[in-house]
Ligand binder design. Structure first.
Ligand SMILES: Nc1nc2c(c(=O)[nH]1)N[C@H]1C(S)=C(S)[C@@H](COP(=O)(O)OP(=O)(O)OC[C@H]3O[C@@H](n4cnc5c(=O)[nH]c(N)nc54)[C@H](O)[C@@H]3O)O[C@H]1N2
Ligand SMILES: Nc1nc2c(c(=O)[nH]1)N[C@H]1C(S)=C(S)[C@@H](COP(=O)(O)OP(=O)(O)OC[C@H]3O[C@@H](n4cnc5c(=O)[nH]c(N)nc54)[C@H](O)[C@@H]3O)O[C@H]1N2
Ligand code: SF4
Ligand SMILES: [Mo]
Length: 867
């Protein structure tokens, strides 16, 4: 048994290099249900982060009652983390949306029926298509949390039905830089490495990645190597003392804590050291890369001392980190938001690729690059083109690629938007602000909490001229501002596939019926396509499928001949055992563990997903110049000098403000905030200050402080933590939906708690990913402490001085067994969709939406939670 709130990573199963990761099966059941009473276990994978842990959902009497890791799955070998155990399976028991809501003439959001709601949407859509703006009046802002089948259907509707370039996902905030860095270096999106590299590696570099909290099971996998014989050394690049940073110290690696916004200077310093010390594989570089001369010249000024001045880290640590990279036989690197959401995101992430290319550490066991994803299905948003890119990693500048899609969909190529780059999310919001987009369909994301500069976002959402549809499982802060709210079925309540960081595709079967009248996103978009009567060239319906499996089969055809090959997969093949890593085709029927084992990169002009960009300015290179470079299957070494970040600290705002996550919550807490165990672990917002800064400001543990940027402020109790001086950290999870008396759309009246009140509207020139990790702020004390800060003690937010701060524990109802090795229960393969008894609509246990309570948005004062 184990309290997996207190013990996030669970029992160690140590093992040596090049030996398999042992099985440990974690599970958690509703305390009132015994394992033998479970009616059936339904195969799925967890959707609370990008790790994609294989799991089975426990069902009893038509309700989800628990979860268990799948021993057979290569991703997790049975393990689950706190979010998976406590946060996933209770969603259909809480204050879910059960009926469509439609705003009436006096501005009230009222319960309605599907025909009225969808009729309203189709009517507005048709009206706008008839205007001069045509399809350019339509924008779609979707998610990294739906299923592949849903994204592909949406992409076909947007690109071949309407013909709008204005489609993107919240993946723009999340992994746009992962995609950009992979495209710029290797010619196409697609993760080179595999989680299996952890078993084989000698050193792990985590660049701006707090894996210990954000992919807890992947971190457990690394811990099992650290605790075994011949452990890998860890190098952490993070301004905070995360658990990853602690491991770096303990394994004889290095913790580099650069001032946020200076990653590129650090990377140039590391590359320079590797070059100068002759740690490169010259033959690999000569045969398989382009750009070494420019790279050498660009990094030359970045001596360790120069880097030390810019990044405020010891020069000696830069040397040591480079030495670990340069002298370890095998190195695995991971990159995430500390790079992707920081300054010079694409440049710094490509620099990680450079390090690997210089040493030829790619495509071999233990030598992976994981340009991480964050959301569970972000990979599919990108693959399917729901982020605006063309499906199947096709290049919008390549007419042949556009023609392939037009043929596949049987439409005229001119319909498929390719006359300009797809509109990125930040620009979509700008067009909404300016009034050129007048129809915005938001699905599976909560921008009223997750986008930068929330005051501006609220103003945009409230504009009368903008018609907004919000499709969600809950009445979120965003849904409260919508014209039409569509109740969505969520994970466990619908069927579909999705793909994790290391290209592993999982099938998630339907376990229970959705609450009330909620429908899957797929069914909603199929309904829209029918109502809009989208047709192909021959007058047949454009969207030719009517269920998830049909969509999957159509998608497989779209991937034929592309690097992202799904043609050898089927729902049947995905049932029973482990997830499978794409590409899966005729020559790799069991999938592919690593890409680029043959050092042949998809950079040929006819294959590549992009002709590339200048990473300093974002200017595109264009087909002619690209062809002239004759990439011929070689990878690009991209060179970029460091530039100062856009909003450096100054007298009025002397701190660097950075934002991020804790282990216990997922984003805007729509899911984890409704789990009692997770909510108790991290109940309210906090502000992390270093010991030195706390002393200078006269702020002690638990004192309420105000953090203020030029755009907004947050007030919360201070945690005197273990970060570096000059940096203030605020978690971004705490919106307003569960705060009594506050209307989700306006935090007035109570001190605001959402970090994005303060963040700035700036983005990377190449990936267009917003800069959530760097801004300027000031910190002032508001009042004395009434107790310690609510920040968890088990994570990066641990107090510098633990005295008087109670430890974060889950308590008796957080017991979750973890069975190591042979004790694992048998995991039967899942029969194809057992017939399900009809379900009566489930009354929500918490207070549901309060439609028609007057004003622009209904308010709800209680939090619906499980149990
Ligand atoms: N528990 C939990 N897990 C999650 C999620 C969640 O919400 N909660 N969300 C999922 C999603 S969608 C994502 S994208 C991932 C994100 O996963 P991570 O990227 O690991 O999470 P963050 O906390 O956003 O940022 C990571 C670290 O970046 C550091 N950092 C800030 N600025 C800089 C900088 O300029 N340079 C460097 N080198 N580091 C910097 C921060 O101190 C922070 O520790 O997590 C996924 N997993
Ligand atoms: N300051 C700051 N801001 C950030 C970040 C940061 O580090 N700092 N990180 C950014 C990142 S990486 C991310 S990924 C975003 C996340 O930002 P959001 O996408 O806004 O976060 P979520 O709370 O996950 O919102 C997802 C919504 O989808 C709904 N949902 C879940 N499943 C389904 C489904 O199957 N169908 C439908 N229709 N809806 C569903 C949920 O109820 C929830 O309301 O935040 C970004 N914002
Ligand atoms: S590591 Fe991620 S996918 Fe695995 S159980 Fe935790 S939240 Fe779910
Ligand atoms: Mo993300």
């Amino acid at each position: 048994m184990g309290d997996r709130i207190a013990d996030i990573w669970g029992t160690r199963t140590p093992h040596a290099r090049d030996t398999p990761w042992p099985v440990r099966v974690d599970s958690h059941l509703d305390p009132s249900v015994a394992e033998e009473d479970v009616d059936r276990w339904v195969q799925s994978a967890c959707v609370l982060c990008s790790n994609g842990c294989g799991c089975d959902i426990a069902v009893k009497d038509g309700r989800t009652v628990g979860i268990r890791g799948r021993a057979a799955d290569a991703v997790n070998r049975g393990r689950l983390g706190p979010k998976g155990l406590y946060g996933s399976w209770q969603w259909n028991r809480t204050d879910r949306l059960t009926r469509p809501l439609v705003r009436d003439a006096s501005g009230n959001l009222l319960e309605s029926d599907w025909d009225t709601a969808m009729g309203r949407i189709a009517e507005r859509s048709r009206q706008l298509l008839a205007t001069d703006a045509g399809a350019l009046s339509h924008g779609f802002y979707t998610s990294g949390q739906l299923f592949l089948e849903e994204y592909y259907t949406l992409a076909v509707i947007g690109k071949a039905g309407l013909g709008t370039p204005h489609m993107d996902g919240n993946t723009r905030l999340c992994t746009a830089t992962a995609a950009a860095a992979l495209k710029e270096s290797f010619g196409s999106d697609g993760q080179p490495g595999s989680y299996g590299d952890i078993e084989a590696t000698d050193a792990v570099f985590l660049f701006g990645h707090n894996m210990a909290e954000t992919q807890t099971v992947l971190w457990a996998r690394i811990l099992d190597r650290i605790h075994g014989p011949n452990p890998p050394r860890i190098v952490a690049v993070d301004p905070r003392t995360t658990k990853v940073a602690e491991a770096a110290r303990e394994t004889g690696g290095v913790h580099l804590a650069p001032l946020p916004g200076t990653n590129q200077a650090l990377m140039n310093g590391l590359v320079r050291e590797v070059l100068r010390n002759g740690w490169t594989d010259e033959e690999y570089v000569a045969r398989h890369t382009l750009g070494i001369e420019e790279l050498e010249a660009t990094v030359e000024p970045y001596s360790p001392e120069h880097v030390a001045r810019i990044c405020k880290v010891p020069a000696e640590d830069v040397r040591r980190a480079a030495e670990v990279f340069g002298t370890s036989e095998r190195v695995l690197s991971t990159v995430l938001q500390g790079f992707y959401q920081s300054h010079q995101a694409t440049a710094a992430s490509c620099a990680v690729n450079n390090l690997h290319l210089l040493r030829g550490l790619i495509g071999r066991p233990g030598c992976g690059i994981l340009q991480m994803n964050g959301q569970p299905t972000a990979q599919n948003t990108r693959e399917c083109g729901a982020d605006g890119d063309l499906p199947g990693f096709r290049n919008w500048e390549n007419p042949e690629h556009v023609r392939q899609l037009a043929d596949l969909w049987n439409v005229d190529p001119v319909v498929v938007p390719h006359w300009a780059p797809p509109t990125h999310a930040m620009q979509i919001w700008r067009y909404c602000e300016q009034g050129s987009i007048r129809f915005l369909w938001i699905s599976g994301t909560n921008p009223a909490v997750s986008l930068p500069e929330l005051r501006r976002i609220r103003e945009i959402l409230r504009q009368d001229s903008l018609f907004t549809v919000v499709q969600d499982g809950f009445l979120t802060e965003t849904a409260r501002c919508a014209d039409v709210v569509l109740p969505a079925a969520m994970w466990g309540e619908k069927q579909g596939t999705f793909t994790n960081v290391d290209r592993t595709v999982h099938l998630s079967d339907k376990a229970v019926d959705p609450p009330g009248e909620a429908r899957s996103d797929l069914d909603i978009w199929l309904d829209y396509a029918r109502r809009m009567d989208f047709r192909d060239k021959d007058g047949a319906p454009l969207v030719k499928w009517s269920d998830p499996q049909g969509a999957f089969e159509a998608w497989k055809e779209c991937t034929r001949g592309r690097p992202v090959d799904y043609t050898g997969l089927s729902y049947e093949k995905l049932r029973g055992g482990s997830g499978i890593q794409w590409p899966v085709g005729a020559d790799a029927p069991r999938g592919t563990e690593r890409l680029y084992a043959d050092a042949e990169f998809p950079t040929r002009p006819d294959t590549c997903e992009t002709y590339g960009h200048d990473l300093l300015t974002g200017g595109s290179i264009g087909e002619e110049a690209y062809r002239a470079r004759r990439p011929d299957g070689r990878a690009f070494l991209k060179a970029v000098p460091h530039l100062p970040p856009p909003e450096p600290p100054r007298e009025e705002y002397p701190f660097v403000l950075t934002t991020g996550r804790t282990a216990y919550h997922f984003h805007t807490r729509t899911k984890t905030g409704r789990s009692r165990r997770l909510r108790r672990a991290a109940p309210r917002a906090w502000v992390e200050l270093s010991v030195g800064d706390g002393a200078r400001l006269g702020v002690r543990e638990g004192d309420v402080v105000r953090v203020e940027s030029p755009r907004g402020a947050v007030e919360a109790p201070a945690r005197i933590g273990r970060g570096r001086d000059g940096v203030v950290f605020v978690p971004f999870h705490y919106g307003y939906w569960d705060r009594p008396g506050t209307d989700g759309a306006s935090p007035d009246g109570q001190p605001p708690s959402a970090a994005n009140e303060m963040t700035l509207t700036e983005w990377d020139p190449v990936s267009k990913q917003p800069l959530f990790k760097v801004g300027a702020a000031r910190v002032t004390k508001v009042s004395d402490a009434s107790g310690p800060s609510p920040a968890p003690t088990t994570t990066a937010s641990a107090p510098a001085d633990p005295a008087g701060v109670p430890e974060t524990v889950g308590g008796p109802d957080a017991e979750a067994p973890g069975r190591v090795g042979a004790a694992a229960p048998p995991q039967p393969s899942q029969p194809p969709q057992p017939p399900q008894p009809p379900q009566p609509p489930q009354p929500p246990s918490g207070r549901g939406p309060a439609p028609g309570s007057g004003g622009r948005a209904p308010s709800s004062s209680t939090t619906g939670t499980e149990g």
